[in-house]
Each structure stands twice: as structure tokens, then as C-alpha cells.
Design a protein around this ligand. Structure first.
Ligand SMILES: C[S@@+](CC[C@H](N)C(=O)[O-])C[C@H]1O[C@@H](n2cnc3c(N)ncnc32)[C@H](O)[C@@H]1O
Length: 254
């Protein structure tokens, strides 16, 4: 769970504008249309939906059948402000939920980092049970320990991942990796410099831990647009940049 209601408020305020969310939402849309074309009636579940920005985006793209859940009361209440179909459910313990439902697309973005490996496998198995035989599970996750910083502390992060972590988790489930990509390669030097400085400050207690906040806030228009354009350029050049602070995965049934 995020450290405070203020963090959910920051997410709610920024997820329609911040370059990072815009890129992520467009990546997800691309995977959905690659699989299901222009069919807007597919069933979509956002598992760990936060304050609902992705669901809102997909509704704006014309998708008709979207619901989500999150374990945080604050996240659910923000989703309700957006008039989204949402429930308060625990991803790690939801056998009794969605009994008669199965989904064409399940999205699970930046939730698993809070759990230990055993719980991650359990959560993935829970999602697998709710996925249609031809469905896809899309999951973005924080990547590479070298990018550890104050953001990880603010969002309650236990770990960062690489592709091989997911190969290990998936080998214990009925899912397999369809594709993976790390992003953003081009922004890595910038992000890495900031995070290495934060690691130094944390090590020598130069940061007041009670005042730590996540990176989820919108910079000025120029910076926000420039960062967005840099990642878009990268996407035109590489399908998988091979390195970056996020790992984007698409999984299917074996
Ligand atoms: C970093 S946020 C990501 C939210 C959203 N997926 C996004 O991309 O903006 C992590 C989310 O996981 C939710 N979460 C934490 N533990 C959970 C659990 N056991 N079941 C469901 N959601 C959980 C948190 O409340 C939070 O909204």
C-alpha cells in the first residue's frame, strides 16, 4: 500500500498528465489493439488499479467493459470519484471474487513490488484463474536494483525486477511470457544519476525519511513534453531498449 492518502492524491492528480503514465497507458493500448483489434467490448480488469487513471483512459478510448480493484480504501474512493466500476479486494487473497467472470485482458501495473516472491507467485496464479484461455495479462514493474531510490521507499517497495525474476515466477504458474521490454533506455542516464545521488544521501542519512515522497508529480510543461517525446522516439527505434527503470511484460496462458 502507498504510505499515505497524500500519495493517492498525487497519483490521482498526475496520472492523466504525467509523461510516464501517458507512455505506459499508450503501451497498454497498443498491446490490447494488437491482440483484439478494434473490438471495444472485450472484458478488461485492472488489478491494483490505484486511483483509476488507466481505466479512465481506456474508457476514453471507447472500451465498454472495464472494472478494477484495489486493496486501499483511499484508492477505491478516488476511483469512485471518477465514477468507475471498482471494488476493494486483496490481490493476494481473492479466490471468492469474480466467481463467474473471466477477462480478455488483465492489467497489473506496479503492484507486485510490494510482495515477497512467494506472494507474487500466489498473486499471479490468482490473476491466471480469471484470465480467458485466449486472454493476455499485462504487467508493468519497476526494474533493476540500481534504480533504487526514495520513490521505492515512498511506495512501500520491497524489490525491483528483471525478466529472469518473472521467468522464475511464471515457471510455477500456467502462464508464459509473450513479450517483454525495458524502458526507458534514453532516460536511464538521467534517472540513474538522480537515484544514485538518493542512494548516497540515504546511506549517509542526509535525507529525512519521514519527508520522503514518490516521484509521482507533474513537472513543468516543457520538461513533461520533452521527456514524453524522448521515450516516444526511443519506441520508434527499439522494440525493447534492453535497459531502463521499468519492465513491461505481456503474458499468455501456456
Ligand atoms: C504504485 S500503485 C500502482 C497503481 C496503478 N496500478 C497504477 O499503475 O497507477 C500500487 C497499488 O497497489 C495497490 N495494492 C497494494 N497491495 C494490494 C493488494 N494486496 N491488493 C490489491 N491492490 C494492492 C496499492 O493500494 C496501490 O494502489
Amino acid at each position: 500500500m502507498l504510505s499515505s492518502r497524500e500519495e493517492y492524491q498525487m497519483m490521482y492528480d498526475s496520472e492523466e498528465k504525467l509523461w510516464w503514465y501517458k507512455i505506459l497507458h499508450e503501451k497498454i493500448l497498443k498491446e490490447i489493439t494488437a491482440k483484439f483489434g478494434q473490438n471495444k467490448y472485450i472484458k478488461i480488469l485492472d488489478a491494483g488499479c490505484g486511483t483509476g487513471g488507466l481505466m479512465n483512459f481506456l474508457i476514453q478510448q471507447g472500451y465498454k467493459d472495464i472494472e478494477g480493484f484495489d486493496f486501499s480504501e483511499d484508492a477505491v474512493s478516488f476511483c469512485k470519484e471518477r465514477k468507475l466500476k471498482v471494488q476493494q479486494i486483496d490481490l493476494t487473497n481473492f479466490d471468492c471474487e469474480f466467481i463467474d467472470a473471466s477477462f480478455d485482458v488483465i492489467i497489473n501495473d506496479d503492484v507486485l513490488y510490494q510482495f515477497e516472491d512467494k506472494i507474487i507467485v500466489k498473486a499471479i496464479k490468482n490473476l491466471e484463474k480469471k484470465l480467458k484461455p485466449n486472454g493476455i495479462l499485462i504487467s508493468n514493474n519497476n526494474a533493476f536494483n540500481v534504480f533504487y531510490g526514495t520513490h521505492d521507499i515512498a511506495v512501500g517497495g520491497l524489490q525491483r525486477f528483471t525478466k529472469s525474476d518473472f521467468e522464475k515466477y511464471l515457471s510455477q504458474t500456467g502462464l508464459k511470457l509473450q513479450s517483454h521490454s525495458y524502458w526507458s533506455l534514453f532516460l536511464s542516464p538521467l534517472i540513474l544519476s538522480v537515484r544514485l545521488l538518493q542512494q548516497f544521501q540515504l546511506k549517509f542519512n542526509l535525507i529525512n525519511r519521514t519527508e520522503i515522497k514518490s516521484d509521482v508529480s507533474v513537472p513543468g510543461n516543457f520538461v513533461n513534453t520533452t521527456l514524453y517525446r524522448i521515450v516516444k522516439l526511443e519506441e520508434k527505434i527499439f522494440r525493447n531498449g534492453g535497459f531502463g527503470s521499468s519492465l513491461f511484460l505481456v503474458m499468455t496462458k501456456k
